[in-house]
Write a protein that binds this ligand. Sequence first.
Ligand SMILES: [Mn+2]
Length: 425
Amino acid sequence: MMKMKLVKTLLLLLCVKLFCYAVIGAPQTCPANNEDKCGDSDEWKGEFFPDIPKIKYEGPSSKNVLSFKWYNAEEEILGKKMKDWLRFSVAFWHTFRGTGADPFGAPTKYWPWEDGTNSLNMAKRRMRANFEFISKLGVDFWCFHDRDIAPDGKTLEESNANLDEVVALAQELQTKAKKRVLWGTAQLFMHPRYMHGAATSSELKVYAYAAAQVKKAIEVTHYLGGENYVFWGGREGYQSLLNTDMERELNHLARFFEAAVAYKKKIGFNGTFLIEPKPQEPTKHQYDWDAATSANFLRKYGLTGEFKLNIECNHATLSGHSCHHELETARINGLLGNIDANTGDPQVGWDTDQFLVDIQEATLIMLSVIRNGGLAPGGFNFDAKLSVLLYLYILVFLFVLFPPSVSVLSNVIGGERAQMLKTCS
Ligand SMILES: [Mn+2]
């Protein structure tokens, strides 16, 4: 009898012990403090932005700095809701991968959830932060580069597998948050293999690798329901014409685009393909210099019907034009597809990617957008580096984007729109 009791007690103790192991063995959430490394899990305890509430429209008289003063998503202007005119998007690369480094110095930014690794778990944790941020901001879309959302592997297969894993989580999170992908793209400029370009590289194997990377990036953009796909040819250009066969490189670039179009049709991806013009940086001369150059390229190679343009305001000023000029050039050629909303610094000559805060520039941008009847399936992607005053900048941007009263705009646009306004009001 005593023996039986002892066995029962031992069994009970064993069960308690096993239960403890099971609890300890369950996935640990990452503690919300800076000291703990949390590379073993993609979880994060609590919220990523615990002190930031959901940003709401409170009107121009609100004293709350974290509120929308002018952007009232559901308000109708010229027959369309503000959210449908603007279709705002958060750029994953600036918002979650921007380190605050410059060509002379080390990173200066640190997010509490970053553990200093480029692991898959880290990538997934960042994705969770991304969706909390987008949800709190009340923005409907996000944009991504393949290599920014998932770590590059040792082989293409490993990189693709990493991407698949992060994209599966992104799909789950975006469905839950009711968010969408404005556009995806392949990062074809960071890895040393792309030092002389991707589709215009002199190395056949680099061209092939870039094609494989773009193929995968189109697939995952399609999987995530992306409404557009962007080609930014950061290194598709030259440093010297003396060692460059420009005609051959342009032919290669066109062939690359033709293959992408064929693949898009093959897999049934209906998103718009967008080329993002930029005159230089990192190369001395980039082949998609500005909207007119890109339009001529598309026309020469019979690709006009397959592509539109993603106009970035800072790229516009780098090419010696105003953003308004680039938007109008794209629009009158039927090529205005999307806007990378940012601005440069009038005192520096490079691509500073700042939030747009100039009222006149913002007004002229909206004039082109209204003349275009909106941007959909494109939108406004905040292609801007974070600053200490990120939120404030975003709010100022929203403030400047819609300050001109509808009547002022309708006067500028003319009778047809004024009539539309009357019908709406
Ligand atoms: Mn830029």
